[in-house]
Design a protein around this ligand. Sequence first.
Ligand code: HEM
Length: 471
Amino acid sequence: MSEILKIKDLPSPKGQFILGHLNDFKADNKHQVLEDWVKECGELFKIHFVGKEFIVSANHDMNNQILKLRPEKFRRFYKLNEIMEEMGIVGVFNTEGEDWKRHRKPSSEALNLRKVNGFYPIIANKTEILLEKWKSLALKNQCINVQQELMKYTVDITTTIAFGYNLDTINDKSDSLQQHLERIFPMINERITAPIPIWRFYKRNKDKELESSLKTIEALVLEFIQKAKDRLTTNPALRENPSNFLEALLVEKENASHFSDKEIYGNVFTILLAGEDTTSNSISWVLYYLAQHPEMVNKIREEAIATFDNNSIPQNHQDLKKLKYTNAVIQETLRLKPVTPNLYMQANEELIINNFLIPKDTTIMLQNKVAHTQEKHFYKPNTFLPERWLASNKCPISANHSPEVIKTFGAGSRFCPGKNLAMHEMLTAISSICKEFDFTLGVHKNDVTEKFSFTMFPENLLIKFSSISSK
Ligand code: HEM
């Protein structure tokens, strides 16, 4: 047996004497900094921030094992829970061990395919509102900042699905809930990556504003919880077909172990946090590729016409299953532009994986995106080829086709429970947009860059749309 590899044996990229790699890591494209280091040091290496060591692994097999060894052997990086708990948010994303199991079951049941199918009318309604808005912008010949616009779309869908709160941020109708949410999400990101927790010693204005926003949202959600409980009592039929995640969670809670209102609040908040940017940024990346491939837009349009005919959007969730080519375009985007390119894990105990000794409490940055573009896993790995997701086994495009290495939705027992919902939103948005519009990039493709803030998004993605029905 070959000798066991230890942390001290690992290579490390060039860093600064005391700070180590801290300065490089302040960049807003830290996932790319990590990718560059993979090129320099290989698939397994170490970095340090002022002496605190971290392991980086871009080895698919090791990363897969780590994700699948949860919740017993690995947990999420401790800082995520520390920051969220401090903000009063305790839900399925940031709990661990037995506590996590208690949160996971009702949350994933409340997002199962049957429930998500029942939420389709909400997605349909918001998609129609989005199309109307974009048609009016197209008439004015304006480029659309797609990433910002789609954020409004998923905010409106997610708040309605989460607890029945019907926002209209798509049409820029400002609402205090939205203003509070906008304040909270960047602060979570800022605090997770802050080297010193200044707010614990001195409260700056933004920390005071954050506290006030958190209090307002908590009070609002607790009020919604009470109303949902009343509705379920007066209308027991809702138990079979809950109209939103909160109602579904309350029904599931009765079958699960005790869940306080505070924990229900934590999970509703988690859905808002986990479901918005991830989905809107993924749709944005799909449009980034489609804007460079009008022939693919045409194919999606043909499929949309064959599926929902004269209507502007898919008519029901069954229509979505027929959108095979649209789905292939989405899968290809999730491979090349995963909005979650890395996941940070921590070892609960000392263990050996692939001959590497991982001491208890070691933090490992799983750099999952790297495997998505390796030749051994995909034919022409850096080319946008949706057909690879449709090809038969005999087709050359199917050579080296390893969908199992794609970790955009994670893996193992903590796999993203919102995938069905995200796919419903993406299929509906993409097929409807391609049916209605021709579009091209409003900037050079190299001027659209990857940025990382909790999720990886396209910065400067400006697209020019022209509406087919208004021609
Ligand atoms: C394209 C869109 C999305 C992507 C790429 C995505 C990706 C991810 C990833 C990578 C994880 C971590 C998985 C792991 O640790 O193995 C995760 C967890 C999670 N996601 Fe998603 N997600 C998306 C949409 C959604 C939506 C729409 C919801 C709900 C409305 C959602 C709810 C959650 C929750 C609750 C967790 C925590 C699961 C746990 O810790 O057990 N996600 N997601």
